[in-house]
Design a protein around this ligand. Structure first.
Ligand SMILES: C[S@@+](CC[C@H](N)C(=O)[O-])C[C@H]1O[C@@H](n2cnc3c(N)ncnc32)[C@H](O)[C@@H]1O
Length: 295
């Protein structure tokens, strides 16, 4: 059950009335209103993935390590079955999932991550290993600039950063360039943006989320609040998330030409996390791709 005052604060933000939202949050009890009040009293900070310390604290604490352990085990299993020799990881962050899920036999690993510091950390995890490249760029831009192919393309909790049109363009492009696409994302109910139901869901779920980080205020202020407010005030703040139900994730991949299987992998506070695996007949990277096992 959502804190009704916090829902009201989010409704005010959604209507563009940031000043009244800030006043109401500042005079209301509850951890979520307190966090919103602090956030709304500050000037907009740098984008959350550029100085990624808050994001990295976020994924290092709360239930995130358990979520990541599950995602790693599931992706590693797909990699073992599909035996890729070339892998692309889209929005790899600091590479902690990439490094732990990589199957033996991968000869070429391409990492695409627009946040330069995290990309650097991701590449550093593979120091001394041949065949690893990193591009500090968006996936849209990287795909537009080459016609490379990969046996397997993976992305964990990153493709919800892209607006739906851009995302569909990436799927369509990848359908001709990989035979296996592995995507971890959240099953968020379909809401009209900034609707009452949307505000109520955000208030209910973020109250649980910030409670996990009571000992890590840098996560609340440096990551969770910017992501929350960015969903409601997208004209004024960077928007980091374009979420959707798992059925729509599957439909997007099917529309692009993938045959999709999926499984729920973790009951996360924001929404259940799912793994979707899309398969096509496309060839892998020239000279590297070997035969794949089904599934
Ligand atoms: C929630 S983080 C997930 C990072 C990592 N995959 C993980 O699971 O820890 C989302 C990542 O997507 C990246 N990202 C945002 N927009 C992107 C784009 N257009 N192309 C590629 N990556 C993007 C962000 O910089 C960020 O590192």
């Amino acid at each position: 059950m959502a804190d009704e005052t916090a829902v009201d604060v989010l409704r005010l933000l959604a209507s563009g009335d940031r000043a009244r939202a800030a006043d109401l949050a500042a005079t209301s009890p509850g951890a979520l209103c307190a966090a919103l009040a602090t956030h709304l009293s500050r000037d907009a900070a740098a984008p959350v993935y550029d100085d990624a310390r808050a994001f990295q604290a976020f994924i290092s604490h709360g239930t995130n390590p358990a979520l990541y352990a599950r995602a790693i085990a599931e992706i590693a299993d797909v990699q073992l079955r599909r035996r890729p020799r070339s892998v692309l990881d889209i929005g790899c962050g600091d590479g902690r999932i990439t490094a732990e899920s990589l199957a033996p036999g991968v000869e070429r690993l391409d990492l695409v991550e627009p946040a330069a510091t995290m990309l650097h950390q991701a590449v550093a995890r593979f120091a001394g290993r041949d065949g690893v490249t990193g591009r500090a760029d968006t996936v849209e831009h990287v795909l537009a600039g080459n016609d490379d192919r990969w046996d397997l393309v993976q992305s964990t909790f990153a493709m919800h950063n892209l607006a739906p049109d851009a995302r569909r363009g990436v799927w369509a492009d990848l359908a001709g360039r990989t035979r296996t696409l592995v995507v971890a994302e959240f099953d968020v109910p379909a809401f009209a943006d900034r609707s009452d139901a949307h505000c109520a869901y955000l208030a209910e779920r973020y109250a649980i989320g910030i409670a996990e980080y009571a000992d890590h205020p840098e996560v609340v202020h440096g990551f969770l609040m910017p992501v929350l407010v960015g969903q409601l005030a997208p004209e004024a703040e960077p928007r980091y998330t374009y979420e959707q139900p798992v059925d729509r994730w599957a439909h997007e991949l099917e529309e692009a030409g993938f045959a999709v299987s999926r499984r729920r992998i973790f009951p996360y506070w924001w929404a259940d996390a799912w793994l979707l695996v899309g398969v096509t007949d496309a060839g892998g990277s020239a000279g590297l791709g070997g035969p794949a096992e089904p599934g």
